[in-house]
Design a protein around this ligand. Structure first.
Ligand code: MN
Ligand code: MN
Length: 389
């Protein structure tokens, strides 16, 4: 592969003698040679999990992208976690809501709410879970172990700084523990001296063997949702599944869309009228240009394992630039998924106004009239409206 150089087709730029990281330049063609339409001072909107600290424990690992790694990402933070078969993310709770997507493998999750209602379930690939703020919970890898993404509704969150059961016991006087549980202090002799976080345990038995009958019943709204089981909205360039409090009632703080873009397809020009967007790329390669107004726009390249971010209301698109499907999650600190399509806005505005504003000719105006506004499309517009949209 030729070494890429920061030179535009019109000759602007010059070769880079080095020092340079050619691998990174190859991964970021739109940073090395930005589209000529890029301009202004938009801050960094991409961070890779490969550039984060790895917390390695017996039983699994975790790494996180928070506002420390990506300063603009103030609304949400993300954790990528792996648990071995039997590996446990210990009993804990936190001030933030937790939303999660199971990438691979399966886990058993448990929680108990403020009314003593419990929740014990197994989750597999494409399943979500949601734990409200303050509700204590745990995660344990099943036979094949698992890897998942956790998302929290606070950019400053750290999964290494939660309230853990082991940490609390380690920092409570033994006589108080003895009085609380009505057992001698010696019962706590072998308890951990610090936060356990992740530990190796044996694989639990079938879910029925782990069942605990609460006199108060189970949580009224399930903390689990099977996102991949949801029939997708099929569009000419891919598919989308939307999940928010309307179809996953427990998830009042975080809304999401799971988007699939076929090679050559794009998520159309749009923005979100409710909040910032936090993205996680599951597969493939993509690029996104973010438009901030006042002449400012910046383009980034993304690949599997990257996090992207779009500030509230900034215009953007996402284009599949690779040869395999791009799957990504877009997430919002919101009860509802909301988006505004540029095409839809223009199509539902008086034709003469759009024409005079942009000097638009009949070709564009006629195309707008036929739009059905899918969220994913092929840019070449070999586009057949789907009557179900
Ligand atoms: Mn948690
Ligand atoms: Mn978006």
């Amino acid at each position: 592969m030729p070494v890429p150089q920061p030179i535009r087709p019109d000759g602007a730029g010059a070769t880079d003698f080095g020092p340079r990281d050619v691998m990174r330049d190859l991964e970021n063609p739109d940073l090395l040679v930005p589209p000529a339409t890029d301009a202004g001072l938009i801050p960094n909107l991409r961070y890779s999990f490969s550039d984060t600290h790895m917390q390695l424990n017996h039983g699994g690992w975790s790494r996180e992208i928070t506002s420390r790694e990506l300063p603009i990402a103030t609304t949400l933070a993300g954790v990528n976690m792996r648990l071995t078969p039997g590996g446990v993310r210990e009993l804990h709770w936190h001030q933030q809501a937790e939303w999660s997507y199971m990438i691979l493998g399966s886990a058993r999750i448990t929680a108990v709410d403020q009314n003593g209602r419990n929740f014990i379930a197994d989750v597999g690939p494409g399943d979500l879970w949601y734990f409200p703020p303050g509700v204590p919970h745990s995660i344990q890898g099943l036979e094949d172990g698992c890897e998942f993404l956790l998302v929290f509704d606070d950019g400053a969150f750290s999964d290494l700084n939660t309230l853990s059961i082991s940490d609390w016991f380690a920092h409570t006087p033994r006589d108080v523990l003895s009085a609380n549980f009505g057992v001698p202090e010696s019962a706590f002799r072998d308890f951990p001296r610090e936060q356990v976080y992740i530990y190796q345990c044996s694989v639990p038995g079938p879910i029925d063997s782990d069942r605990v009958e609460s006199p108060y019943g189970t949580v009224p709204q399930s903390f689990k949702y099977r996102l991949l089981a949801q029939p997708p909205l099929i569009t000419p360039g891919g598919s989308v599944r939307i999940v928010d409090s309307t179809n996953f009632p427990a998830s009042v703080a975080i809304a999401a869309a799971l988007v699939q873009l076929e090679p050559g397809a794009m998520r159309e020009l749009h923005w979100h009228p409710n909040n910032d967007e936090w993205q996680y790329y599951l597969t493939g390669q993509a690029r996104m240009t973010v438009f901030a107004g006042n002449g400012a726009a910046r383009t980034f390249d993304y690949r599997a394992g990257d996090v992207g971010y779009v500030p509230f209301a900034y215009g953007h698109y996402i284009q599949n630039t690779g040869t395999e499907a791009v799957w990504f999650l877009e997430m919002f600190k919101s009860a509802r998924f909301e988006d505004v399509s540029l095409n839809q806005w223009m199509a539902l505005t008086p034709r003469e106004l759009v024409a005079s504003n942009l000097n638009a000719g009949p070709e564009l105006l006629d195309a707008l009239r036929k739009q059905k506004w899918p969220v994913v499309k092929y840019p070449d517009s070999s586009f057949k409206p789907n009557p179900t949209l």
